[in-house]
Design a binder for this molecule. Structure first.
Ligand code: ZN
Ligand code: ZN
Length: 412
């Protein structure tokens, strides 16, 4: 018989926090009646996406929550960005994030963003770089949102153990890219990249687009600065791993990259921006719709993390209230008979730190026959008293497989 039970993992990015001087977190302070109702009707606990004491990035946290070991499949940001802009990557490809930048004739960086060149200009320059070949290695380049882009090296004998070309500041020379280990692959990769940067400068410096820019008094985009090298590893696709047809609703390129990498279908929502002004209700409606077609949906809502990085307590609270409103729409349209719903975050982003911390985050699993506990509020403190106790991100998919009757028995 076909298994009809659906699963949702709903991630509030940067959800968790530390108490302020009044002993409150934004989640405790925010009016979140729907989250509290879910907590009341579900089984609650605390969760660390990777492990105790590990401060995750959003990328590694999401991988872990989807049941992939980030220590095995994550080698750097590059591949995720490259998947995120829609490139078809192959195992062994080495990928980088890049900026178009402005350098003088001595390769001193004058502007790390080349005056924020327009996407149209970037697309013209992209054509110059994309498709080149150096020492038998194919160069793939794609610009995204103007001055940003991704660079992929495809060929034999490459390694991601190389340093950044991007010096991460202006007024200094572009870094010579160096191998980070003793392998001949790292040495070869660094050599190819250093050659590439010289060729790119020669080809771009007097390119008509840049001549135009100079005439207008704008800095030319005459170099690319690669950073965040990573190698594309072999990864078991989500469907093969769980036998569930999966989709992902998110606004940020990084999470889109993860979705593409593991084989979740992206669902585009107009106005889903990954900021505190994202189209919350659009995402809620997209989720309800997606559940008609998919067995599994991952949702990421990013605004609370942005507010935390800015140290803005009130904005974080406000975003959480908007998310609560969005959840109330979702819960009017789903039933416990056919959906298991996991509400949690990917990591804490305490206001006081303006960055991710290792503090565990609240989690609730809602659905038919879960062991409902006494927790009545969804926050860092009440969920600590819940029936799930403490789990890791890697346990979530396993619990869902079990609740929906999809896992195999171990033994007779
Ligand atoms: Zn995050
Ligand atoms: Zn963050």
């Amino acid at each position: 018989m076909k298994n009809e039970k659906k699963c949702v993992i709903f991630i509030i990015d940067g959800l968790g926090d530390r108490p302020n001087e009044q002993g409150k977190t934004p989640l405790m302070d925010a009016k979140t009646p729907t989250m509290d109702k879910i907590a009341k009707e579900g089984i609650c606990g605390l969760m660390n996406a990777i492990d105790i004491g590990i401060r995750p990035g959003s990328d590694t946290a999401h991988l872990s929550i989807l049941g992939y070991d980030p220590y095995k499949v994550y080698t750097g940001r590059g591949p995720l960005e490259a998947f995120g802009v829609g490139l078809d990557l192959k195992e062994g490809d080495v990928a980088f994030r890049c900026n178009f930048a402005t350098v003088d004739e001595n390769f001193v960086v004058l502007d790390r963003r080349a005056g924020r060149i327009s996407p149209e200009e970037a697309e013209q320059l992209e054509k110059v770089i994309d498709g080149m070949e150096i020492d038998g290695v194919k160069i793939i380049f794609k610009s995204s949102k103007g001055y940003r882009g991704v660079l992929v090296l495809r060929g034999e004998g490459l390694s991601c153990k190389v340093s950044d070309g991007d010096p991460h500041e202006e007024g200094v020379k572009v870094n010579e890219i160096k191998p980070l280990d003793d392998s001949k692959e790292a040495k070869r990769t660094a050599e190819i990249l250093n050659k590439l940067l010289k060729i790119v400068y020669e080809k771009l410096n007097n390119h008509p687009i840049n001549e135009e820019r100079r005439k207008k008094g704008l800095p030319p985009a005459n170099i690319i600065l690669p950073r965040g090298a990573g190698v594309v590893s072999k990864i078991e696709k989500f469907y093969d791993k769980y036998k569930m047809k999966g989709a992902c609703i998110c606004g940020t390129g990084l999470i889109k990259g993860i979705a593409k990498m593991v084989g979740l279908d992206p669902i585009e929502v107009e106005g889903a921006t990954g900021t505190p002004n994202t189209n919350f209700m659009g995402k809620a409606k997209a989720l309800v719709d997606a559940l008609k077609k998919y067995d599994f949906v991952l949702v990421n809502v990013k605004g609370a993390d942005e507010a935390s990085h800015d140290g803005n307590y009130d904005l974080k609270k406000e975003v959480l209230e908007k998310i609560d409103n969005m959840l109330s729409y979702v819960f009017e349209h789903i039933s416990r008979e056919d959906v298991y719903f996991v509400l949690t975050g990917d990591h804490s982003t305490p206001i006081e730190m303006k960055d991710h911390s290792a503090d565990p985050i609240p989690i609730v699993i809602w659905g038919k026959s879960v062991r409902v506990d006494d927790v009545e509020n969804f926050n860092e403190f009440s969920c600590a008293k819940g029936g799930l106790h403490w789990i890791k991100g890697e346990h979530i998919m396993k619990i869902l497989l079990d609740l929906t009757g999809r896992n195999e028995k171990f033994g007779a």
